[in-house]
Design a protein around this ligand. Structure first.
Ligand SMILES: Cc1cc2nc3c(=O)[nH]c(=O)nc-3n(C[C@H](O)[C@H](O)[C@H](O)COP(=O)(O)OP(=O)(O)OC[C@H]3O[C@@H](n4cnc5c(N)ncnc54)[C@H](O)[C@@H]3O)c2cc1C
Ligand SMILES: NC(=O)c1ccc[n+]([C@@H]2O[C@H](COP(=O)([O-])OP(=O)(O)OC[C@H]3O[C@@H](n4cnc5c(N)ncnc54)[C@H](O)[C@@H]3O)[C@@H](O)[C@H]2O)c1
Length: 472
């Protein structure tokens, strides 16, 4: 049995816990999957590397209404795929080699581990290690509905769909969330015939209701969308797969496809880690409970020397949240007498679908529920109401802001449309820094006639009460 100062489970965000502080100490880094974790290998980065070319491809159709005659002649799927993974696989392998071969104080275990004691881990090979400190960063994995035919060749999750040998002619995408909506935009942009099928009555249902409704309409104008239908089975056909669904009204739906992508949510990797055996506190969905310092809890009390971060411990399942939690874990591991808390104000996210969606803070419904005592100001401003929106002839994009009518505090911002992921940033900044609606609308210059004017105008149209000293 080898003893370590620190053991880390997961080489995604977990890899960044190994700072210079550990140079003279012994560290075990354990990962049974691909080195570097989800974001690098099968998540944020490769998906966005597909999103950009797909957006270029889709722009041919969008240019037409502006009088520009672009022709989309097809996508070189294999070329795009190899450019993406030629870059990513090399980074993953370089990171693995560095940890495995070049860092003397780090032992890399390329296998799965389970807890067999509070500070004891047993590897798949049978090796047992102990450690004074353990960081759990084991991430999450795709959920596969247990229906007939789910393991047929041609049925994929986001882990495998990006490595296809050819662009599918017809793809059925199961799910209405982030992953399903991003891949629907990628495949439809690149030229596949896409049908996205969701169990509930709208896409992106966790967003503000106005965004969810508008996105469902916008998506249906770009690819086929079927709602209120859940997956019941998959079978092989003469040419491809038949994907079977049942509607909430009992009606059957059968779709023929070359490839099926199942994007029905992700579960935390806690069941496979044996955490229940050591009595760690978990939420109902299996995520590990941590305190504000990212310390693991047992019976509500922090367990000394044990931390968790990332998808295994938060509800957001976002890389920038995992990164921030990592910084908190790094600080608190290295400075146990000066603990610093995680900041969960103004968590933001973007969905890189078409049109893009971005969000920060509370939806209107969440704000009304969370603050029944406050009078809210709500504004919706269309891209098409600004000069840049005229240039784009945009008829879909809009910004929605929710604020406190009397104090001018911004409670939430929601954007759908061109580069929503960029336009949201001033609202994130304002929420974190406590900048009011008036201070944000009139404090900085807003470049004319940039698309950011739609955010400025949304702020102005909220009609919040003026305060003494507001900028002019
Ligand atoms: C398709 C897709 C697109 C995404 N796009 C975005 C995006 O655009 N923006 C964004 O913010 N987020 C995005 N995400 C989410 C983001 O990837 C995750 O939030 C983030 O990667 C989580 O990091 P993590 O360190 O918690 O886990 P991971 O990076 O998943 O690392 C966990 C590691 O632990 C290993 N492991 C698990 N169990 C064990 C065990 N028992 N023993 C040993 N090793 C184990 C796994 O092999 C894995 O490598 C996306 C996710 C997906 C799937
Ligand atoms: N851009 C980003 O930041 C980004 C991108 C991708 C993923 N992610 C993260 O990954 C997480 C997981 O993404 P996801 O899209 O898998 O999950 P999700 O929870 O966002 O969506 C799952 C969807 O599948 C549907 N569904 C579930 N079972 C079904 C069934 N049997 N038949 C039909 N539909 C069914 C649900 O109604 C829901 O719409 C997200 O919550 C997100 O945090 C982030």
């Amino acid at each position: 049995m080898t003893h370590y100062d620190l053991a880390i489970i997961g080489s995604g965000s977990g890899n960044s816990v190994i700072t210079g502080y550990w140079d003279d100490k012994k560290v075990a880094l354990i990962d049974g999957g691909i080195f570097g974790g989800t974001c690098l290998n099968v998540g944020c980065i490769p998906t966005k590397m597909y999103v950009y070319p797909a957006q270029l491809a889709a722009s041919a159709a969008e240019a037409k209404k502006l009088g520009v005659d672009l022709e989309f002649k097809g996508a070189d799927w294999v070329g795009i795929r190899d450019r993406i993974f030629g870059r990513i696989d090399a980074i993953s392998e370089g990171g693995r080699r560095y940890r495995d071969l070049e860092l003397e104080n780090v032992d890399l275990y390329s296998e799965y581990a389970t807890f067999t004691g509070e500070k004891e881990l047993t590897m798949a090979s049978g090796a047992v290690i102990t450690a004074d400190n353990i960081v759990v960063a084991s991430g999450s994995r795709a959920v596969l509905p247990q229906v007939r035919g789910i393991d047929l060749p041609g049925v994929h999750t986001s882990d495998t769909i990006m490595r296809l040998d050819e662009l599918p002619e017809r793809i059925v995408i199961v799910g209405g969330g982030y992953i399903a909506s991003e891949f629907a935009a990628v495949f439809s942009g690149l030229g596949s015939s896409v049908t996205q099928v969701n169990r509930s009555g709208a896409l992106m249902r966790h967003q503000d209701a106005d965004i969810s409704t508008a996105f469902t309409k916008a998506a249906a104008a770009r690819w086929n969308v079927e709602l209120n239908s859940h997956l019941t089975g998959i079978r092989t056909a003469d040419r491809g797969l038949v994907v079977e669904f049942e509607g909430t009204d009992g009606k059957k739906l059968e779709l023929v496809a070359d490839v099926v992508l199942v994007a029905a949510g992700r579960v935390p990797n806690t069941d496979t880690l044996g955490v229940a055996g050591i009595g760690l506190d978990q939420r109902e969905d299996g995520t590990l409970l941590v305190d504000e310092y990212q310390r693991l809890l047992r019976g509500g009390e922090p367990v000394p020397g044990m931390f968790a971060m990332g998808d295994v411990a938060n509800l957001e399942q976002l890389k920038h949240v995992a990164n921030r939690e990592t910084r908190v874990v790094v600080h608190n591991l290295e400075n146990p007498s000066d603990l610093r808390p995680m900041d969960r104000r103004a968590v933001a996210a973007a969905v890189f679908t078409n049109p893009q969606i971005a969000t920060v803070g509370l939806s209107e419904a969440e704000a009304r529920f969370a603050h029944p005592e406050r009078e809210l100001a709500v504004a919706i401003q269309e891209y098409g109401s600004t000069a840049y929106g005229w240039a784009m002839d945009d008829t879909e994009g809009f910004v929605k802001i929710v604020a406190d009518k009397h104090t001018g505090e911004i409670l939430g911002g929601h954007i759908m449309g061109h580069e929503a992921s960029l336009l949201i940033q001033p609202l994130i900044q304002a929420m974190v820094n406590g900048t009011t609606v008036a201070q944000l609308a009139r404090g900085p210059y807003w470049i004319h006639p940039a698309l950011t004017e739609v955010v400025e105008n949304a702020l102005l149209s909220l009609g919040v009460d003026p305060q003494a000293g507001d900028p002019l």
